[in-house]
Design a protein around this ligand. Structure first.
Ligand code: ZN
Length: 141
């Protein structure tokens, strides 16, 4: 663990910008941890852009599901609002775990946009997330 922090390409902490005093269920916490591992060993290995990334539960405004912390693209830091996801899923009849996954893919797409010096394009990020979720297809960003 020590060396992981010493090797960080930036010293950004999500607590600088977001309210992280948030309670999430053990079930959702373990799902998030497992997804970080799964995505690291599958998607990240194929992308060959980042070696690792972090996801933290936070409280976001305006029903936002997730956020990519600008400036962290070398080790993407992503915030995710589980309560907003649960609420949105109930409203649109979507599976919560599917929404958690696609939110992470969407925010990783923003990290790639930043890494490649592109503008943040919501349509491109959402298409990246949906194509990977639905077809396992990785769009070029
Ligand atoms: Zn977005």
């Amino acid at each position: 663990m020590m060396s992981k922090f010493n090797d960080r390409p930036h010293d950004y902490e999500i607590t600088w910008d977001y309210d992280y005093d948030v309670q999430i269920s053990k079930e959702h916490k373990s799902y998030l941890d497992n997804q970080v591992k799964t995505i690291t060993y599958n998607l990240l290995k194929k992308l060959k852009v980042f070696k690792e990334f972090e996801v933290h539960p936070v409280i976001l405004d305006c029903g936002s599901l997730g956020v990519f912390c600008v400036g962290t693209c070398e080790l993407p830091i992503i915030g995710i609002d589980i309560d907003n996801i649960i609420e949105g899923c109930a409203k649109y009849d979507v599976n919560v775990y599917t929404a958690i996954r696609t939110t992470i893919y969407h925010e990783l797409a923003h990290a790639m946009q930043e890494y490649k010096g592109k503008i943040f394009d919501e349509d491109e990020a959402e298409k990246f997330a949906q194509d990977y979720e639905t077809f396992g297809f990785i769009n070029n960003i």
